[in-house]
Design a protein around this ligand. Structure first.
Ligand SMILES: Nc1ncnc2c1ncn2[C@@H]1O[C@H](COP(=O)(O)OP(=O)(O)OP(=O)(O)O)[C@@H](O)[C@H]1O
Ligand SMILES: [Mg+2]
Length: 500
């Protein structure tokens, strides 16, 4: 590849290296971005994607290397300077202020310099304009503190904030991870429009179908190194995967058939303020899928079963016995395990080490007479780290230093200790790379063989269809359909999800 600046290039990165203590996150990376292109950036968890994006948007400074924007060398000291230049970013991890409402979050630091009410009104109109322009169907309460909103709604607010800047370069770090098919479609329409207007867009996703659908070129990072940039239409999926992980994947969904056993979890007539009369069951060695749109009630249902939210009526039977689960503690004691949807807020503690995160919720397993058996704890932590391919310099590294996908693996690994037999997995593979997904499926297989029951909530339909023995479809707080056997098809699930 020539090192010469192409006039179409709006951004050029030359020989960027980024070192963190004990990790070289980027190693001598070159990267070019053209005006009017959507450029995919792919690679395994921990490959360096987010680090590269943060260097472009001023959040991080490179250890070595140069950055050129419109042919001029720049070095941003912070994100503010990059924003002023015209770089808008939608970060991988939620980056909004939970106690502010949507409007405040969108305009903070720009139009909204002082909180005065007259302006607020104008900003509301501006937000509605933005929403209208985008044609979003989601009805967001603009005055609600965003901590009460769901993951998708918050993501949309972040996207609105970035778009409102009318950036020359738009960076999207896994923007679709918490969106459903419909919302992704809307986002893609929008990106195509921006592209026509000449915007340059960098798009990161672990969903390769999305990369193939929306990008013009794609750059692959592996282990901090750039493997190459290719026109998307010129490469096959298997070849792209090989570039990413340097090996072939035999089967994307290695599902094992295990005879299904006795009922483990039965939910009968469960209702909350939102959920209406939910009944379903999960048996030993069974994977029960839950499909539905964002805010159809899936996460609320899982949290209610797990004792994190109060139910109004209904009964839960565990292994045939009526059981009251009044708190998360009781749920855990009864063998339930929940891998929550929002890893950063609910799944892990950022300032704790990998090891502490892995063992925190079941320290009992390692304690004898009030002493923690650190050897055992360390050994088992290392095993989980290996088994789930959690990329970390050591088990004492703080969780906050892991890449997004590795945090998700950590939140999953946490529950693989101890004596759980009912696993509720809420979007467990969101943000996980192709290779590690397979590892995770194998891990689920192992649980199934040990007679565990799995409740799988996933917006990744191919995954849900491939793994589930039965799928319940939820809409507006109700179970509207249950599909199994030959009825388990994408069309059927979609039809029930959106209503006829
Ligand atoms: N602040 C930090 N301190 C130490 N190490 C870090 C820090 N940020 C990232 N790293 C390390 O740098 C490497 C690259 O991480 P990065 O977040 O860029 O990966 P990624 O490609 O975005 O992965 P993912 O798909 O999981 O989001 C990883 O090994 C990660 O642990
Ligand atoms: Mg990342």
């Amino acid at each position: 590849m020539s090192g010469k600046t192409d006039k179409k290039d709006i951004l050029e990165i030359k020989g960027v290296t980024k070192d963190f203590p004990g990790v070289r996150a980027l190693d001598n990376v070159d990267f070019e971005l053209r005006r009017g292109e959507i450029h995919g950036l792919v690679g395994e968890n921990g490959a360096g994607k987010t680090t590269l994006l943060k260097i472009i948007d001023g959040a991080l400074q490179p250890t070595r290397g140069e950055i050129f924007l419109e042919g001029e060398k720049v070095s941003f000291n912070n994100s503010r300077e990059a924003i002023d230049w015209g770089i808008g970013t939608v970060h991988q991890e939620m980056n909004i202020i939970p106690y502010f409402n949507a409007i405040e979050n969108i305009f903070l630091g720009r139009e909204l310099t002082k909180f005065n009410f007259i302006k607020f009104h104008q900003l509301e109109e501006k937000t509605r304009d933005l929403l209208h322009r985008i044609g979003l169907s989601i009805d967001i309460d603009l005055y609600q503190e965003v901590r009460y909103l769901g993951a998708a709604e918050r993501k949309i607010i972040e996207i609105l904030r970035a778009i409102n800047l009318q950036p020359k370069i738009l960076i999207l770090d896994e923007p679709t991870a918490s969106l459903t098919i419909e919302e992704v479609k809307t986002l893609f329409d929008l990106l195509r429009k921006f592209k026509k207007e000449g915007m340059a867009i960098i798009f990161v996703s672990h969903h390769l179908e999305e990369v193939f659908e929306i990008t013009d070129r794609v750059t692959v990072l592996r282990n901090g190194e750039k493997i190459g940039t290719v026109p998307t239409s010129s490469i096959k999926r298997t070849d792209l995967i090989r570039m990413m992980i340097n090996r072939d994947i035999k089967s994307q969904y290695p599902k094992q058939k295990v005879p299904i056993g006795k009922p483990l979890l039965e939910v009968k007539g469960l209702s909350t303020d939102f959920l209406k009369d939910i009944s379903f069951e999960v048996r030993e060695s069974e994977i029960v899928g839950f499909a539905g749109m964002v805010s159809s009630g899936r996460t609320e249902l899982m949290e209610t079963i797990f004792g994190a939210k109060e139910k109004r009526s209904g009964e839960i039977y565990l292994r045939g016995q009526k059981t009251k689960i009044r708190s998360v503690r009781e749920a855990i004691k009864n063998g339930l395990r929940l891998v929550p949807e929002e890893r950063r807020e609910k799944g892990i503690i950022e300032s704790f080490s990998v090891r502490e995160n892995l063992t925190l919720s079941h320290l009992d397993d390692f304690c004898r007479f009030d002493y923690i058996n650190f050897n055992k704890e360390g050994r088992e932590s290392k095993e989980i780290v290996q088994r789930l391919n959690i990329e970390t310099p050591s088990i004492s590294t703080e969780a906050k230093n892991l890449s997004g996908g590795n945090k998700q693996k950590l939140s999953f690994g946490k529950w693989s200790f101890g004596k759980g037999d009912i696993f509720i997995l809420d979007e467990p593979t969101e943000g996980i790379d192709v290779g590690s997904k397979v590892e995770m499926y194998k891990f689920i297989n192992k649980l199934i063989k040990e007679k565990a029951g799995i409740v799988l909530v996933s917006s990744d339909l191919p995954e849900l269809l491939a793994l589930s023995d039965r799928i319940y479809v939820m809409r507006e707080g109700k179970i509207v359909d249950v599909l199994s056997g030959e009825k388990l098809t994408q069309e059927n699930v979609l039809e029930s999800t959106f209503g006829k």
